[in-house]
Write a protein that binds this ligand. Structure first.
Ligand SMILES: [Zn+2]
Length: 236
């Protein structure tokens, strides 16, 4: 495989948007992949992703797996990427734990890897950061093992390398980098609730607001509920 293109798992969130701008800034030819797995925030993420991709003009592919996955798991709203996270935190949310699907992130990453192989791409980028790496499915050895799976499965010439360049920096440092790259944060989406605007109370909204606050960046986000307090990243 000699194609210099790289694939980016792109959600329309502030982290993957910063990585998108970062890769473009490095002169990489980026192909952005957006998956909808039927999660509550999928629709809002897609709107954000399309808006930002239109701005930067890179190749973008959207794949809607929401219908088949809802049918496959028999759920209205599968939480596809969060199984290991809740397992690690040992705090499954009431009435939601049954909606978490096992191996969700592996399936998503290997879908991206499969698409990459079919399109002559050998590098897949994923914007996890240091806070994400507290979860078992966001650790370096996990991504390394998944790369090994691709070569064991199809041969070394089809090895997909998963790149996680932000895995050792904090979310607020990703935001700092994003600000220097003039990322349009106001167009990005973080909230896990899928409401008309950011809810302001869910963990991802708190992380988002905290990252702006640490950097002294004015938060352009419209929150439905104003924060009683902005949590520091250390408390998340
Ligand atoms: Zn929220």
């Amino acid at each position: 495989m000699t194609n210099k293109k790289v694939a980016l798992l792109y959600s329309g969130g502030p982290d993957s948007t910063t990585l998108l701008f970062d890769l473009i800034d490095q002169g990489r030819e980026v192909v952005a992949l957006t998956f909808d797995f039927g999660e509550a925030e999928g629709y809002k993420e897609l709107i954000a992703a399309k808006s930002i991709i239109e701005r930067v003009g890179v190749e973008h592919h959207f794949f809607d797996f929401s219908g088949p996955l809802k049918e496959f798991y028999g759920l209205k709203q599968p939480q596809f990427m969060r199984g290991a996270q809740w397992t690690t935190m040992q705090t499954p949310p009431v009435n939601e734990s049954e909606d978490i699907q096992p191996f969700g992130s592996s399936i998503a990453l290997l879908l991206a890897a499969s698409w990459a192989v079919k399109n002559g791409i050998e590098d897949v980028f994923y914007a996890v950061h240091a806070e994400d790496a507290r979860f078992t499915d966001n650790k370096l050895d996990y991504f390394s093992l998944l790369s090994d799976v691709t070569s064991k499965c199809e041969g070394e010439q089809f090895r997909i390398k998963f790149h996680t360049p932000y895995i050792s920096i904090r979310k607020h440092e990703v935001f700092e980098k994003g600000a220097s790259l003039e990322v349009p944060f106001n167009e990005t989406w973080s909230c896990g609730k899928g409401l008309e605007a950011h809810c302001g109370t869910c963990p991802t909204c708190h992380e988002r607001a905290g990252a702006f606050a640490v950097n002294g960046i004015q938060d352009p986000t419209l929150y439905i509920n104003e924060f009683a307090q902005v949590l520091e990243p250390n408390s998340l």
